[in-house]
Design a protein around this ligand. Structure first.
Ligand SMILES: Nc1ncnc2c1ncn2[C@@H]1O[C@H](COP(=O)(O)OP(=O)(O)OP(=O)(O)O)[C@@H](O)[C@H]1O
Ligand SMILES: [Mg+2]
Length: 351
């Protein structure tokens, strides 16, 4: 209901009351009508003035503030702008929506805060392990370890390995934060995926031998598989996934790579015959530093950032990555890429 109507009803009620009293004492209809008219008009203006000054303008201000804050404007903008002609009714709706939005915002912030805490504690743990090891070996060298040159060499090698581990950790963290902030652009080009897969397989041949795993391309794939993606980043994805299939694979087992053509995507799958992953770990597998079996993973010595980087890269392409796994039998990691159409022009896409 409009403010004017509200005020009029009130004023009319006062007018009627006064007219009725008048009628009772004077018994003259004309007097009553005159008093009805005058009382209604006077009450109307008095009520209107008072409500406007002390209630309505304040509600209007609250309405404007909430409405503008909801839109994310600052206070100055909020005060300088007029929005609803009927704030008394709208303010309720606005407050409800505002409260709902704020609740969602707070929930989101709480989640981020939890994630930040976990991240910080993970990061300090990851740094602590190699740092303590370095500290230990340096102490040992200082305390007479240098007298036996053979022993000293062993200690120095361990120091060097741990320094390597620290620098990989820093490199990976740097990479992940750059991809996340969009600092590393995704350079989309058209390329032939099978050729890249073969290239990566060749470069990892020696490593496969070291792990005693046979790296197998499932099919001949003699039909070209053209995709639109950042070739170097996809190389990184393949290397990371194949590297995992070795580290968590089975000696004398296989790593299979398959390429499937979907409707307008190409799906690449990397399958191993290794330890597999328990279902409870699958939802968190792509989080930074997440490891399923910390003793084995730590022993193998990754930083736990590989899959997080892989996921970021795939998602920066607006594509998806998924995993299927059975403990003791093996795991399959699959990611999609956009098929390239004819006459494709290179467009740099900021990820
Ligand atoms: N193919 C796989 N089979 C079984 N477990 C896996 C496989 N791939 C990853 N995992 C599990 O997921 C965890 C996270 O993998 P991720 O690649 O992110 O880290 P990482 O291999 O430990 O270290 P990094 O890749 O940074 O060197 C691993 O530690 C391992 O527990
Ligand atoms: Mg890895």
């Amino acid at each position: 209901m409009k403010l004017r109507t509200l005020v009029f009803i009130n004023a009319f009620a006062v007018g009627i009351s006064i007219a009725a009293v008048n009628m009772y004492f004077q018994h003259k209809i004309i007097y009553s009508l005159v008093s009805l008219l005058i009382a209604t008009i006077v009450s109307y203006f008095v009520f209107y003035y008072l409500i406007n000054k002390y209630v309505y303008s304040k509600i209007k201000l609250i309405y404007k503030l909430i409405h503008s804050l909801k839109l994310g404007k600052d206070l100055k903008d909020a005060l300088g702008e007029y929005i609803s002609p009927d704030p008394i009714n709208d303010v309720e709706q606005e407050v409800k929506e505002w409260a709902r939005d704020k609740k969602l915002e707070i929930d989101d912030l709480k989640k981020q805060e939890k994630f930040r805490k976990e991240f910080l504690s993970n990061i300090s743990h990851e740094f602590k392990t190699p740092l303590f090891a370095i500290e230990g070996y340096v102490e040992a060298l200082k305390d007479g370890g240098l007298e036996d040159p053979k022993q000293a060499q062993v200690f120095l090698n361990k120091v060097s390995n741990n320094v390597d581990r620290l620098s990989v950790l820093i490199k990976d963290l740097n990479e992940i934060s750059k991809i996340e902030s969009g600092e590393i652009p995704i350079n989309i080009e058209k390329f032939e995926l099978t050729a890249l897969v073969k290239e990566v397989m060749e470069s990892l041949e020696l490593k496969a031998k070291k792990y005693k795993i046979e790296l197998v391309l499932k099919d001949k794939y003699d039909v070209p598989t053209w995709v639109k993606a950042d070739r170097e980043k996809i190389r990184q994805v393949l290397v990371n996934l194949i590297d995992n299939s070795f580290k968590y694979g089975k000696e004398h087992g296989h790593t299979f790579i398959s390429i499937f053509s979907l409707h307008d995507q190409i799906l690449t799958e990397i399958t191993d015959e290794g330890i597999g992953i328990n279902e409870e770990h699958l939802p968190r597998l792509f989080e930074r530093f997440y490891r399923t079996d910390s003793s084995r993973s730590r022993q193998i010595g990754g930083s736990g950032l590989g899959l997080a980087i892989v996921k970021h890269i795939v998602e920066a392409h607006d594509q998806t990555i998924n995993v299927r796994s059975t403990q003791g039998i093996g795991s399959t990691f699959g990611f999609t890429l956009q098929k390239a159409k004819e006459n494709f022009i290179n467009i740099p896409l900021i990820g």
